[in-house]
Design a protein around this ligand. Structure first.
Ligand SMILES: [Fe+2]
Length: 369
């Protein structure tokens, strides 16, 4: 299978993975030739990339970071909790976290175990989902990224991982108190609207800190995930180590998921492009050591991505090298614009002179290679 931009899809191409909604229902099936109507639907759903069937790369396997059942369980639990907040906008009542605390802890442990047991770095491109609830999906992705990053850092304890997991799952809970028309506005926000959106950090903190079963550190994840090292973040403009460790970690995971996710109003970036955004702020906005840890934690060139090498060869990412996230194993299909007779594997950790110069998610004609 190959990874392709929806913008370049053509009729008769077959999806290699179905497109699901949040409830796990199939919206568009795999294996059947796409019609123009289905392509239009993919665009309407705001999906930027899909996996398509491709005879050259049949044996590429995409392994999700967490199992489908854990994803669904976590989403269901957050939905249940978040819905309660949504109907109680007074900010004076508690949102009875005690009832779901045990379930949260158990699902966070499952996520920790699965991310830990996943030999490869994590990639969320394997989940081609049309999300009707962006906040839920974003919260779960941020949790997975924040945990994967934390696991690459030294001296993080199991207890800390659990707190980071809970803090990440609930980091945007304050957004439920922001009017939907502002939150989902597809066009540019006015200064006033942006000021209202920024309030979600304080709202989240207020909601969470009242809950005795939630550690205060998790409340600070909501409060601090938009703070930046150079003091240019919000709501308080904290500087450097005034920002809690968890706030820094979740801030990185949050930005990365925001830019690499499908949104109706803009195209998602590919992982290496999302990483560039983080690098641009490394040392100024974000802790540079954490950015390095994050680079090791995520899949930079996902399986199925077409790549051009600096030496004129082209191929597709076949599988990951667990220890080196930016040097995967490729299947070479083309040399100097000529198809090779027999596609062959190239392990980028064994030949360090090889560099990826470009990635390609377009479909030229019916065949890329
Ligand atoms: Fe946020």
């Amino acid at each position: 299978m190959r990874l392709l931009a929806v913008a370049s899809l053509e009729e008769d191409v077959k999806l290699a993975k179905p497109v699901y909604n949040d409830n796990g229902q199939i919206l568009i099936s795999s294996g059947i030739p796409l019609t123009n109507l289905m392509i239009k639907r993919l665009n309407q759903l705001g999906i930027s990339f899909v996996y398509i069937e491709d005879e050259n790369t049949e044996d590429i396997i995409i392994r999700p970071a967490i199992t489908e059942s854990t994803r669904r369980e976590a989403m269901g639990l957050m939905k249940q909790t978040f819905e309660f907040v949504h109907t109680d906008q007074t900010l004076t009542k508690r949102f009875s976290f005690d009832k779901v605390e045990k379930q949260f802890r158990s699902v966070i442990r499952d996520v920790i175990d699965q991310v830990n047991g996943h030999k490869e770095a994590v990639s969320m491109l394997s989940e081609v989902c049309a999300h009707d609830n962006y906040i839920l999906n974003h919260s779960l992705n941020v949790t997975i990224y924040a945990l994967a990053l934390s696991m690459k850092m030294k001296n993080i304890t199991k207890k800390q991982l659990e707190e980071i997991g809970l803090g990440a799952m609930l980091h945007d809970v304050g957004k439920l108190l922001i009017p939907l028309d502002i939150l989902m506005k597809p066009s540019r926000l006015t200064n006033e609207e942006y000021a209202i959106i920024k309030k979600h950090t304080e709202y989240g903190f207020e909601l969470l800190r009242r809950e005795h079963s939630i550690p205060l550190t998790a409340a600070h994840c909501a409060f601090q995930h938009h703070e930046r090292l150079n003091g240019k973040g919000y709501p308080r403009g904290l500087i450097g180590n005034e920002i809690h460790l968890y706030g820094k970690i979740i801030g990185i995971a949050d930005v990365y998921d925001a830019v690499t996710s499908n949104r109706v109003y803009r195209q998602a970036m590919l992982p290496h492009e999302g990483l560039e955004i983080l690098y641009a702020g490394s040392g100024t906005e974000f802790d540079s050591e954490m950015i390095e840890a994050f680079r090791k934690a995520i899949v930079i060139y996902p399986n199925g991505l077409s790549v051009h090498l600096h030496d004129g060869r082209r191929g597709v990412v076949l599988r990951q090298n667990p220890a080196v996230s930016d040097r995967p194993v490729l299947l070479i299909l083309e040399e100097n614009l000529h198809k090779v007779e027999k596609p062959y594997e190239l392990d980028m950790t064994k030949d360090l002179t090889v560099l990826i110069s470009e990635t390609d998610t377009t479909l030229l004609g019916k065949k890329v290679f």
